[in-house]
Design a protein. Structure first.
Length: 104
């Protein structure tokens, strides 16, 4: 028998504990496999998105625009925004009449 009549109760409890542990291991292995699968899906989605981003970047460059957000150097502002920024810089670099008037 299972360690004689004396240890019978202990043996049964141990077996239950073993079965629970095995069941837990099985559950964890299933969860790990599922996560691995999700990770693979996420990685391939990321690859697709990176590919799309590269294509869009190429289209932007082909259209003559600078790829500002991901380029290391800041893009030159264009159009009205550029003119406004340029004006603001010019005003800041020399005392503007408004500033002189306020100081007087």
């Amino acid at each position: 028998g299972e360690g004689g009549g004396e240890g019978g109760g202990d043996g049964a409890a141990q077996q239950v504990a073993m079965q629970q542990a095995k069941a837990q291991v099985t559950r964890l292995e299933a969860a790990i496999a599922q996560h691995a699968e999700q990770l693979k899906e996420a990685n391939s989605r990321a690859e697709v998105l990176e590919h799309e981003r590269d294509e869009l970047r190429n289209e932007l460059l082909a259209a003559g625009l600078e790829a500002a957000p991901w380029s290391s150097r800041p893009s030159k502002p264009s159009g009205a925004a550029g003119a406004a920024e340029h004006g603001a810089k010019a005003a800041a670099s020399q005392d503007s009449p408004a500033a002189a008037g306020a100081a007087a």
